[in-house]
Design a protein around this ligand. Structure first.
Ligand code: GLP
Length: 257
């Protein structure tokens, strides 16, 4: 079962999440790190950039693998995840560009691009950071009758496209599909850290940790991972049964091996 750690202050949540990566890199600078996008991850990247600024960590030898990318956006489009990652993380630290891997959704053949990314992902990550969609999706693995193990092109659900409206302004500008790591890629990581902030994630978080394991809530597969932590603020953790919750109080890192 994943540990659900609840934080009163989201600053503390992001500080602990960053510390997972910082400690791993201090003993293993070549670590392979799965990274996510979305508004929730911005606090993590701000914190990692701050720790880098203090000289406490270097990302130079690490490898980064992004969960997903929209199909049909140029890499320089501000709404592309390429642009997001550069803006919030890669350009603020000393990450080596040749070790920052992302699926390319901008070309004429997204299926071929997904196949290329699948090859890049052959070795598992050491740590995988995740957000969660309000419908329980991880990466862009949407609730469905079955899930795909490897990197693939996927259609975005109506709910996911509506959630992206705040960035794109108009629904017809929101991409209809994306390239995403598959659930096999995601769950093969040695450790997982899922961050969820805000009331709109409460139901998805509760279903992920206390409901049955189901493809209708892809994040529920976290229950089968031996080394997963879910870091939530009060509103996101509101519907998680008390018995499954722990108050963070600085104990998180000791718990995740
Ligand atoms: C997108 C990303 C997911 C992320 C989700 C949550 O759907 N593909 O990887 O978990 O957004 O985003 P936010 O943190 O903005 O709610």
């Amino acid at each position: 079962m994943p540990s659900v750690w609840e934080y009163r202050q989201s600053d503390d949540l992001y500080a602990d999440a960053a510390e997972f990566a910082v400690r791993l890199l201090s003993v293993f600078p070549e670590a392979s790190i799965g990274v996510a996008t979305g508004d929730t991850q911005i606090g993590l990247y701000d914190r990692l950039a701050a720790v880098f600024g203090e000289g406490r960590v270097s990302f130079r030898k690490a490898a980064f693998y992004n969960l997903d990318e929209y199909v049909g956006l140029d890499k320089d489009d501000p709404n592309s995840y390429h642009a997001y990652m550069r803006r919030h993380f890669f350009d603020r630290v000393d990450a080596a560009p040749e070790r920052c891997f992302m699926p390319d959704g901008s070309g004429p053949d997204p299926e071929a691009s997904a196949r290329r990314y699948a090859k890049t992902l052959a070795a598992p990550r050491d740590i995988q950071f995740l957000g969660i969609g309000a419908n329980g999706h991880i990466g862009f693995n949407e609730p469905a009758g079955s899930l795909t193990l490897g990197a693939h092109v996927t259609a975005l659900s109506a709910r996911t496209r509506r959630a992206a409206l705040r960035h794109f302004g108009k629904l017809d500008r929101v991409p209809r599909s994306a390239i995403t790591m598959g659930v096999g890629d995601i769950f093969s990581s040695r450790s997982m850290v899922l961050l969820a902030v805000g009331e709109e994630k409460a139901e998805a978080v509760a279903r992920s940790v206390s409901g049955s394991v189901t493809t209708r809530c892809p994040a529920s597969f976290l229950q089968l991972h031996p080394n997963a932590a879910i870091l939530v603020d009060g509103p996101a953790g509101r519907l998680v049964p008390e018995a499954l919750k722990r108050r963070a109080d600085g104990r998180v890192l000791g718990d995740l091996r």
